[in-house]
Design a protein around this ligand. Structure first.
Ligand code: PEP
Length: 274
């Protein structure tokens, strides 16, 4: 563990996907309100619930994120929501290039690149999701896939001192109950950080938080977080159970203190969540 790692404030993001409703909002809000965590926490609900959640959670430490963002600024793009709208609504971050969007909605590295830059331009924290599918892992081309997703997804990105997050989510681990082992995940995270150093410079690569996602539960969260290059978690299924998600957040918070993040330390930067 190096000094830089201490400075990366851990982060946990809940991705509700096309799930949830008023009941889930109420129980989630009740679980989190009034609690303090040594980690940044964000929930990405369906768009329709964002405003309600922002209102309910305004005095909490929980931020709201979006599951997607338009690559367009405005105009005749039916069904889209722009980065500016999300920012104005109070959203802090957006997921970009989730594997479900890549597989079902024709997202590719090029559209992700535009979305990352658009999010940055409007003061949202982009969380670029990358990861190999089972075929690619079996063919031993995981690192090639990751390299391409990173180099194309971040091509000519102008960070201008702002934050960016990468979520490594092996497609075969998403929603399957088959999480990557901590060692497997660490190997890819380490590779990602090295590639980020080549693409964006060493100092930036050391600053960027890398999240692991794919069948995270309260049982495997701690072990994953203990890895040197895993700075947080992106949680799908388990985040739909507020008690379960709370337990994950508490573990990450405890681990943050154990890893050396001082209680009460300031958020990582102005563009960070919270
Ligand atoms: C996800 O879809 O981002 C995800 C991590 O899902 P799950 O935790 O259910 O595997």
């Amino acid at each position: 563990m190096n000094a830089q790692q201490h400075k990366r404030k851990p982060m946990v993001i809940a991705n509700w996907k096309l799930n949830g409703g008023i009941d889930l909002i109420c129980t989630s809000v009740a679980s989190f309100i009034g609690k303090h965590f040594e980690t940044q926490i964000a929930i990405c609900p369906p768009y329709i619930y964002m405003r309600d959640m922002l209102t309910f959670l305004q005095h909490s430490e929980i931020s709201i994120g979006s599951q997607n963002v338009s690559k367009f600024e405005s105009g005749a793009y039916t069904g889209e929501t722009s980065a500016q709208m999300l920012k104005q609504a109070g959203c802090k971050l957006c997921l970009i290039g989730h594997s479900e969007r890549r597989a079902m909605f024709r997202e590719n590295n090029q559209s992700c690149q535009i979305k990352v830059q658009t999010a940055l331009n409007h003061g949202l924290l982009p969380v670029l999701c990358i990861g190999e599918n089972l075929e690619e892992r079996d063919a031993n081309i995981t690192k090639d896939v990751i390299f391409r997703q990173l180099s194309e997804g971040l091509e000519n990105i102008n960070l201008d001192g702002k934050d960016l997050c990468i979520a490594y989510e092996p497609v075969w681990a998403i929603g399957t109950g088959l999480a990557a082992t901590p060692e497997m995940a660490q190997e890819v995270h380490q590779f990602i950080r090295r590639e980020l150093a080549v693409l964006l410079g060493e100092a930036t690569a050391e600053r960027i938080r890398l999240l692991y996602g794919g069948s995270v539960t309260k049982t495997n969260a701690k072990e994953l977080l203990a890895q040197t290059d895993i700075d947080g978690l992106l949680v799908g299924g388990a985040s739909l159970d507020p008690g379960h998600f709370l337990a994950i957040c508490q573990q990450v918070s405890e681990q943050a203190i154990a890893k050396g993040n001082q209680p009460g330390s300031a958020p990582q930067s102005a563009a960070s969540v919270n």
